[in-house]
Design a protein around this ligand. Structure first.
Ligand code: BGC
Length: 734
């Protein structure tokens, strides 16, 4: 309330001939203002001319683009996504924006590609089920970004995985709103711990890349509230992003960036979020309708945007009475208060600072090691026995490096015309490419860890030769890759299934290491003995893979998404469509769809093996606030130290699916060690969205709580009786 009133006062002041004021007395600089972020923003606003205000509402593309299509403005940071000029007269710094989903990403020509630290993919981080890991990764990105002079990071990607073929799944955090929301929220908090702003994106229901700029995601409101929007809501509660990026696509008709329901009703009025909305690059389609819907800043002018928020257009809309000066002031105030609130003004960024790459690479490697998922391990083939003498690695460029995902989130590993790419020249070499391999060779790392073994490499192009090499070895490790990228959707299989088949036919001890953007079909799964999902493992991926294979690291990742057996198990088996993309499955996403339809996946949500084993006991339930708490003991019942991801599922009647993930905890245990664990279940996960009486409604009754090793291996269950409850749309956890 207080901030709204202040804003009105400031708006009135903003009309009081500021140009004259500016001449009479020197302005109060941003850093000199005092009070709350809203008060400080109001002080600034009161001193700004209309032109100055309008200049903050449109961002420019930050990178040069070849061939001579666009030259970035002076003042922008080389190779960056965006630039909003500052106001030196008032001490308001520019907003230097960088893509930052898995590290500081750069675009444009060769000299502008900065070598920065890439984390494993977002999906790999989600597979750690480790909040601390997600936070540490975000903090690492933020540190490097700050050292590069960026103060607004385009991070916090939390679109739900509805479509396993979505080319951007690797940037996101999987199919469950609780897991994705918590993990991405932690990443955002980590980024922002560096006194800079992070976005959450892409708001909302931007769940495929096919026709992303024109497609209309059709999803019934209650279902949206319980799925895609809930993931954002939880990420906001955990991470408090300063900014939200509205998406390219339409949602139930209107474009995301001119959507009053999404941008004003949900974000502001219901969630009480005080930040500013910036558009995806080129996602704006109007001036007045976008302003009136709640968009604050258009991004990417110059290369992509149509400049709907250029000063002359905003002025024309003002003159026509389609928008008001109060609205402009509010938009500017939101941007400024966010810069104050997140430390951007008081802790200005400076380009060219020292980056501790050794420390940052260690963060990336720890994330990869915790996120790699051991999917199958027949007869304990892994970890590689010290007795395995002759090992052959086949395919996937495993002699040179590890794969990464493409698009605006692409982080380059180092210097040189190809940005340090370990395997340059693979098509596509330009957008949505290039295909980038990080120089972290699984072959070299394995050789270092197993000095007494004879480890060779076959590139896998000639299947017969690969099969013969496999035959001659004691054990074969096939690297099966799937490259995915922003702006495309991808077939749900690895590049060369028949290579895996040929090797498996000739070598019983075949291990497959997957590097994929998301779930893939595995027609050969029954014929290989071990499968390791390495995702896109980031800058130190070769070391992480080798350490998991040899047992230097005990695998502990768990799937953040279901791996189907076949396409026809999906809600929409056909290829992603243009036009209306009708999500008839509603909130029944991922494992919920598989559970509700009695489908047996290849590997279920939550699945992940270890070289040790865990036992659970003593499950008890108690009420806590409007929700509940599950308490239980986890014991490491094997003979190696290892981490477990304990999963709590909840069941109620009349829900979209038989069970939902209620909460989770990652526990690190020495052999024989037991820990008591408590997992709180958010009351919204025990309720349904009520359209008739907006908010979350829970019927009185008996609810079941399950303790799982995965969504399909339930080891204990208990019941609790809960009263009816209605939570308003404003409800948030304390
Ligand atoms: C992507 C965004 C990205 C922006 C700026 C867009 O194409 O969808 O995620 O932040 O470009 O590079």
């Amino acid at each position: 309330m207080r901030s709204a009133k202040l804003l009105l006062a400031a708006t009135a002041l903003a009309f009081a001939a500021p140009a004259v004021m500016a001449q009479e007395a020197p302005p109060v600089l941003a850093a000199e203002t005092t009070g709350t972020p809203d008060e400080r923003a109001a002080t600034m606003l009161a001193q700004m001319t209309l032109d100055e205000q309008l200049s903050l509402l449109m961002g420019f593309f930050g990178a040069d683009f070849e061939p001579a299509r666009y030259t970035a403005m002076e003042g922008s940071r080389a190779g960056s996504a965006g630039y909003v000029p500052g106001l030196p007269r008032l001490g308001i710094p520019p907003q230097w924006q960088a893509d930052a989903g898995i590290g500081v990403a750069t675009q444009g020509g060769a000299p502008d590609k900065r070598g920065r630290t890439a984390l494993p993919s977002g999906l790999a981080t989600a597979a750690t089920w480790d909040r601390g890991m997600a936070h540490a990764g975000g903090a690492m990105i933020g540190r490097e970004a700050r050292a590069d002079g960026f103060n607004v990071l385009l991070a916090g990607s939390v679109n739900l995985m509805r479509e396993p073929r979505n080319g951007r799944n690797f940037e996101y955090a999987g199919e469950d709103p609780q897991l994705a929301g918590v993990m991405v929220g932690e990443q955002i908090a980590g980024v922002q711990s560096n006194n800079i702003i992070s976005t959450s994106k892409h708001f909302a229901v931007n769940d495929q890349e096919t026709a992303r700029g024109t497609g209309n995601s059709v999803l019934e409101e209650a279902a949206m509230r319980m799925s895609d929007l809930l993931a954002f809501q939880i990420a906001h509660e955990v991470g408090d992003p300063g900014s939200v990026m509205c998406a390219y696509n339409r949602v139930n008709g209107p474009y995301s960036c001119e959507h009053p329901f999404l941008l004003t009703q949900v974000l502001r009025n219901e969630w009480g979020w005080p930040g500013y909305v910036l558009s995806d690059w080129g996602a704006v389609h109007s001036t007045a309708p976008s302003v009136n819907a709640g968009l604050d800043q258009e991004s990417g002018f110059g290369l992509q945007s149509a400049a709907w928020f250029r000063a002359d257009r905003l002025r024309a809309a003002l003159d026509a009475g389609e928008i008001s000066r109060e609205q402009i002031a509010t938009m500017v105030a939101r941007i400024l208060r966010t810069m104050f609130a997140h430390g951007v003004i008081d802790n200005p960024v400076e380009e060219g600072q020292y980056i501790d790459f050794a420390t940052n690479r260690a963060v990336s490697q720890a994330g990869a090691e915790a996120g790699i998922v051991l999917l199958k391990n027949e007869g304990g083939l892994l970890p590689l026995a010290a007795t395995a003498r002759r090992i052959v690695l086949i395919g996937g460029h495993a002699d040179r490096g590890v794969l990464s995902g493409g698009g605006s989130s692409q982080v380059y590993p180092g210097d040189g015309p190809d940005g340090g790419n370990a395997v340059p020249g693979i098509e596509p070499t330009s957008w949505p490419g290039p295909v980038v391999y990080y120089p972290s060779s699984p072959l070299e790392e394995l050789r270092a860890l197993l000095p007494h073994a004879d480890i060779s490499y076959h590139d896998g192009r000639d299947h017969e030769g690969a099969a013969a090499a496999a035959n001659a070895a004691d054990l074969a490790i096939v690297f099966a890759n799937q490259w995915a990228s922003e702006s495309i959707d991808v077939p749900m299989h690895v590049e060369d299934d028949t290579l895996v088949e040929s090797v498996a036919l000739n070598q019983r001890n075949t291990v497959v290491v997957l590097q994929t953007g998301g779930p893939v079909l595995m027609p050969w799964a029954g014929r290989v003995r071990a499968i390791v999902q390495a995702w896109y493992p980031g800058r130190m991926g070769g070391a992480a893979i080798a350490r998991v294979l040899t047992g230097a690291v005990n695998p502990s990742g768990h799937l953040p998404a279901t791996f189907p057996r076949s396409l026809d198990q999906l809600p929409h088996p056909g290829d992603p469509q243009e036009g209306d993309v009708v999500y008839t499955e509603g909130a029944t996403v991922g494992y919920k769809w598989f559970d509700a339809n009695g489908l047996e996946p290849l590997f279920p949500f939550g699945h992940g093996l270890s070289y040790t084993s865990f036992a659970y006991s003593g499950l008890t339930l108690s009420r806590a606030g409007e929700g509940l708490v599950a308490t239980f003991r986890v014991t490491n019942s094997g003979d190696r130290a290892g981490a477990d991801a304990a999963q709590v599922y909840v069941s109620g009647s009349g829900w979209e699916a038989p069970q939902r993930l209620g909460g989770f905890a990652r526990v690190m245990l020495e052999p024989g060690e037991t820990q008591m664990v408590s997992v709180a279940v958010d009351p919204r996960l025990l309720a349904l969205w009520d359209i008739a009486n907006p908010g979350w409604s829970r019927a009185a009754g008996t609810y079941r709580v399950h303790l799982g090793e995965s969504s399909r291996i339930i080891v204990d269950s208990a019941e609790i009786t809960l009263p009816a409850v209605h939570l308003s749309p404003h409800w948030r956890p304390q």
